[in-house]
Design a protein around this ligand. Structure first.
Ligand SMILES: Nc1ncnc2c1ncn2[C@@H]1O[C@H](COP(=O)(O)OP(=O)(O)O)[C@@H](O)[C@H]1O
Length: 287
């Protein structure tokens, strides 16, 4: 497949060192060099999605519970690039015996955002470790989540595409409350059956539960921040801090809006279609 990129990409090593350098600089904003035209047509956006394995630099945006992790991880298998979720990096750190663990636990369990400093440091470490293993390209999930994070990222590398997953608020809360995670294999499942009737011209949505296989059932846990109170706070913070990031990328012609039409069986093929990814690869990509 052809690769149509506007700017050459930098290696992950230089990305991670650049990201740390830019971040620690006091004149951060003046150092940012936005390399992309301020507007690109939807057609050129789709052309840029013609990718070759291992060479995409994509970002997944979307509210808590929308399914960023599910679709980003499927696409990472499909495209052969790492799926890097900053939420996972934060959870690994808070479950460790490291110096940040208790501070992170408190922040995350209140539904607040971790500081840009900490997130950049965790992400840089993850990128460096990946580089050492020969990784190239990435699908970022949960980063950037603030305009400042988006500016830093845009200043150090050329993101090809930003996928903005969308779902009604009512479904988001139910999906977070129904989420279950296998502590052994790390896979996510969901006990919620979402059935929202369409009204006043708005479409309804139906999503089947995603049951865990028998071997995972005894090992299922809920995330400590998936309580009603904390999910509502995470949704509020998304609107305040992260929604502006959508506009940041929209104005640069990088945002692909994707309204989830239902559960994984309906949404996955439609997402591949929206991304211009080959039809014949669809079957092999579904885990
Ligand atoms: N880019 C980020 N900036 C700040 N905090 C982050 C970032 N990514 C993850 N976190 C922290 O980790 C928590 C869990 O993130 P994530 O798993 O992506 O959850 P969500 O379901 O809310 O999208 C967030 O609520 C936040 O505290």
């Amino acid at each position: 497949m052809a690769v149509l990129l506007r700017n050459p990409k930098i290696s992950i090593k230089s990305f991670s060192s650049c990201i740390s350098r830019n971040f620690s600089g006091t004149t951060l904003n003046s150092e940012i060099d936005l390399k992309v035209p301020s507007f690109l047509s939807q057609n050129s956006l789709l052309r840029r999605q013609e990718t070759k394995e291992g060479n995409v630099q994509w970002v997944f945006l979307g509210c808590p519970g929308v399914g960023k992790g599910t679709y980003a991880s499927r696409l990472s298998v499909f495209l052969g690039v790492p799926h890097i979720a900053t939420g996972d990096l934060v959870r690994e750190e808070l479950n460790s015996s490291g110096p940040l663990a208790s501070q992170l636990k408190e922040i995350v369990n209140q539904g607040k955002l971790v500081s840009d400093e900490i997130i950049i440091s965790l992400l840089s470490k993850r990128l460096e470790a990946g580089e050492a293993k020969g990784e190239s390209g990435f699908i970022l999930d949960g980063f950037p989540r603030t305009i400042r994070q988006a500016e830093i990222l845009e200043g150090v590398t050329d993101i090809d595409l930003v996928v903005n997953l969308k779902l009604q608020k009512e479904a988001l809360l139910a999906k977070c409350l129904g989420r279950r995670i296998c502590i052994e294999c790390g896979r996510n499942y969901n006990v919620a059956c979402i059935d929202i009737k369409g009204e006043n011209g708005n479409p309804g949505i139906y999503m089947d539960p995603l049951p865990a296989p028998p071997q995972c059932v005894p090992k299922l846990i809920q995330r400590a921040d998936d309580t009603e109170e904390v999910v509502k706070e995470r949704l509020r913070i998304y609107d305040e801090m992260s929604q502006p990031v959508e506009e940041f990328y929209r104005s640069r012609g990088k945002l692909l809006e994707f309204d989830l039409p239902g559960g994984i069986p309906e949404s996955w093929p439609k997402l591949l279609e929206a991304l211009n990814l080959d039809h014949e690869d669809k079957c092999s990509a579904v885990a």
